[in-house]
Design a protein. Sequence first.
Length: 463
Amino acid sequence: MSTINGGISFWYAQDGIPAPREPLSGDATADVCIVGGGYTGLWTAYYLKKAVPFLNITVLEAKFCGYGASGRNGGWLYNGIAGRDRYAKLHGHDAAVRLQQAMNDTVTEVISTAAAENIEADIHQGGVLEVAYTPAQLTRLKHFHAAEIAFGEKERTLHGARETADRIRVTGAVGSTWTPHGARLHPVKLLKGLAAAVESLGVTIHESTPVTEIQPKHAVTPYGTVRAPYILRCTEGFTASIKNQRRAWLPMNSSMIVTAPLPASAWETIGWDGRETLGDMAHAYMYAQRTADDRIALGGRGIPYRYASRTDNDGRTHPDTIEALRDILTRFFPSLAGTEITHAWSGVLGVPRDWCSTVTLDRSTGLGWAGGYVGSGVATTNLAARTLRDLILQDSGQGGATDLTTLPWVNHKVRKWEPEPFRWLGVQGMYAAYRTADRRELTGHSAETDPLAKYANRLSGRH
């Protein structure tokens, strides 16, 4: 059987494309207009409507809810957040510890809210296991583990080769670190359940309604303009499609494959009884989960960026990327050589120039935004939404400062990405360097990070 390539994602192939909602039919007004029907937009609508039931909230979505990263991701609900180290440098260690604690709590918040709303999303809290399989990766893993402990993750544990194999038998793994602050889930089931919960609260969702321009108190679409005191941009990797936003966040591509359901004999060889989400310490890293129906869904970087911040339409993935992901699967689990890959797909995630997630509300204009999750959005979107809620309640006089409004990522400013062709050349060069560094580390014996990766980190602004 040939691999189904594109079609949005395997998650939609499995759970079905939702029935379309009506587009905007003309000019309209609202108290809050949210641009983007993914996790960020829907969680924001949910928490705002819960806090102030009389608010008139409208969500505008270009395609259908969850068409972007929210319906294409790896299903990692975990406590990672992009930019924590930079926030520690800018605001102090204690401020970054508060941000990390908020992310730890967010994993629990999503799980408990899904349960309260009767959203069945195949959630299993097995934690996150990140493995090392070269000497250089092991050095980075130990540094990473120590850093996480320093930022307050007291429950995190460090494992050697034997303890790692007791969890998941990744071939060649020499160590791992595990945190309980993570869960596997089905992204589309969570998205659909959240959208239904939002609508049941009385929020209006218009699909097939692309927003072409955002101005203070105005969201402009081909079918009319929505006027509202607050306009919130929640468009992540598709931000570049909005007028004057092309260089705000770079749409980085990430690709995935999923196997056919594996028999019990395969799992006896692999292990993975705890159904942890699985990652590694490579520079061009991978991420994977054991799905509820016993497949392996595995992702990583393929073609990292399309010239001029273009995005794909249906998730179609280059054949070379599919083979590269298959190679990772069989390197980790050689017993799966020849296993059928049933689906492959791609999507985009938002990357700010300094690689830091942010939440902002400009009190002078009523314009707000959240995003730049750099691939860690399944949980971070929830924290961002609750923060936007608190910022709006504070600005409108219905609340005061909260623990969330004082987190260091609030109102963080960052410069734009370089114009083309420098943007394209920089990203292509960065990932070429990372892949070369990974190959060198895989075949070498040094416990030090390859110098080429260190150079790429400095060039990109990641570290």
